[in-house]
Design a binder for this molecule. Sequence first.
Ligand SMILES: Nc1ncnc2c1ncn2[C@@H]1O[C@H](COP(=O)(O)OP(=O)(O)O)[C@@H](O)[C@H]1O
Ligand SMILES: O=C(O)[C@H](O)[C@@H](O)[C@H](O)[C@H](O)COP(=O)(O)O
Length: 180
Amino acid sequence: MAGAEPPCALIVMGVSGSGKSTVAEALGKRLGWRFEDGDSFHPASNVAKMAAGHPLTDEDRWPWLNAIADEVERTCKADGHVIIACSALKHAYRDVLLRGRDDVRFVFLKGTQELIADRLAHRKGHFMPPELLTSQFRTLEPPDAGEHVITVSIDETIEAIVDGVLRQLKFGGEKHKAMS
Ligand SMILES: Nc1ncnc2c1ncn2[C@@H]1O[C@H](COP(=O)(O)OP(=O)(O)O)[C@@H](O)[C@H]1O
Ligand SMILES: O=C(O)[C@H](O)[C@@H](O)[C@H](O)[C@H](O)COP(=O)(O)O
């Protein structure tokens, strides 16, 4: 079950605009872990579809999720560490990402649609149209405690969010700096 072992991978999850890329990158810097943006694992067809304002289907998402799961598996098998930003909206998606591993932890960025819509309205240079936020919330199945998830409110500064995650992970950045 996820969470029984010290993590080799963290997956920062939540709807579009919840702050996954920003938080995951900052967390990666603090931990000395490699950061990967899940967006870069999408086939071009998925990006084009979202950019045109259409939500992805499960069929669109399986290959993308499997590509991210491959990356997690490769890293953990090589005794590396990685932090990945990936929406991981449904329970079934998170199961695909985990592949039964117990050394991968999810970090759920929780916030209201109102706050996230406001952030998306100000985000520049991203393919994802803010109009897809409603469908993201409709698709979202918030993780439950059995998924060993760390849940943090996004209504904080990035630094406070990162501190909160590290506290809940029960380690500070220093100890893990050399482990990337
Ligand atoms: N805690 C925060 N406080 C203020 N702005 C934030 C915070 N987290 C993210 N942002 C901003 O919100 C927007 C969405 O964040 P981003 O990391 O791109 O989200 P995601 O990767 O989940 O789509 C960006 O413009 C980012 O700078
Ligand atoms: O499953 C999905 O519908 C998409 O993957 C979506 O959840 C993801 O968020 C996009 O890649 C947009 O990118 P941002 O999350 O960075 O806005």
